[in-house]
Design a binder for this molecule. Structure first.
Ligand code: PGA
Length: 246
C-alpha cells in the first residue's frame, strides 16, 4: 500500500473546516498532518487515517521544558500522532532550520515512538546544474540528517523526496526523475547506514492529474501532498487512483 501524507501546513482556518476536511480524507492509506490546534478534533473525526505532527521541537524533553511555543515529540505522541514530518523545506528556509537541528529532531521523534518522515530535496539552482548535482546535494542532506543512525537503531523511518522548486509550484518533477532519486536515496541509506528498502515518498505539486503516473513507479512508495490535500474532491480522487493501482 502506498502512503498518502496530507500536509495541511497552516490550513484550514477554522476547526469546523478541519473536521470536514478530515472526514473527506479518511482512508487507511492516508496520514493527516494538521496544525496542532486541530489535532484533537481531527483525531475524533477520523476512523481509518492516522496522524502526523508537522513539526516537533529538537530537544528531547520528556518532562517538558522552558521552550515557549514549542511542542515536544512526546506531546505529539500522546496527542495521537504516529508520524512526525521533519525538515520540511519551508521550515529549513523560513525558520532557518539547520541539518544539525533536523538530525536532532529525527532522533528525538524516533526516541518518542514516532515514525520520522524526513524531507530532503534540492533547490532549482542545484537542479539546473544537473541530476548528478541534485543527487550529491540530497546525499549530503541524508548524511548529516541521519548521522545518529551510525550509533542508534531506528526501527522505522520514511524519507520524503521533495525538490524545493516543485513545492507549491504547480509543476512537479517527472515520475522518472523522482523514481531515479528514490532509488538513489535507498542506495545511499543502505550503503552508509546498513538500512535496506527505506520507503521514499515523492512530494512537490502532486495532484489528481499526475498522481497516476507517479503511482506506476515501483520505486516511489507514496506521496507527501500539500495544496491538493486541501481540496476534498481532488484528494478523494487521488486516494481512489492510488488504491486502484497496486
Ligand atoms: P505541494 O506541497 O503539494 O503543495 O507542492 C508539498 C509539500 O510541501 O509537502
Amino acid at each position: 500500500m502506498k502512503l498518502i501524507v496530507a500536509n495541511w501546513k497552516m490550513n484550514p482556518m477554522t476547526v469546523g473546516k478541519a473536521i470536514a476536511l478530515a472526514k473527506a480524507s479518511d482512508a487507511a492509506c492516508v496520514v493527516i498532518a494538521p496544525p496542532f490546534v486541530f489535532f484533537q478534533a481531527v483525531k475524533e473525526a477520523i476512523v481509518h487515517a492516522t496522524l502526523a505532527a508537522q513539526n516537533i521541537f529538537f530537544e528531547n524533553a520528556p518532562v517538558g521544558g522552558a521552550y515557549t511555543g514549542e511542542i515536544s515529540a512526546g506531546m505529539a505522541k500522546s496527542a495521537g500522532a504516529a508520524y512526525a514530518i521533519i525538515g520540511h523545506s519551508e521550515r529549513r528556509v523560513v525558520m532557518s532550520e539547520t541539518d544539525e537541528m533536523i538530525g536532532k529532531k529525527f532522533i528525538t521523534a524516533a526516541t518518542a515512538g514516532l515514525i520520522p518522515i524526513l524531507c530532503v530535496g534540492e533547490t532549482s539552482t542545484i537542479r539546473k546544474e544537473g541530476m548528478e548535482q541534485a543527487k550529491q546535494f540530497v546525499t549530503n542532506q541524508l548524511l548529516i540528517d541521519l548521522h545518529f543512525l551510525k550509533k542508534l537503531t531506528v526501527s522505522e523511518f520514511i524519507i520524503a523526496y521533495e525538490p524545493v522548486w516543485a513545492i507549491g509550484a504547480g509543476k512537479s518533477d517527472s515520475p522518472e526523475n523522482a523514481a531515479a532519486m528514490s532509488r538513489h536515496i535507498k542506495q545511499v541509506i543502505t550503503e552508509r547506514f546498513g538500512v535496506k528498502n527505506v520507503p521514499v515518498l515523492y512530494g512537490g505539486s502532486v495532484d489528481e492529474n499526475n498522481i497516476a503516473a507517479f503511482t506506476h513507479e515501483s520505486d516511489i512508495d507514496g506521496f507527501l501532498i500539500g495544496g491538493a490535500s486541501l481540496h476534498p474532491e481532488k484528494f478523494k480522487t487521488m486516494i481512489t487512483i492510488v488504491s486502484q493501482i497496486l
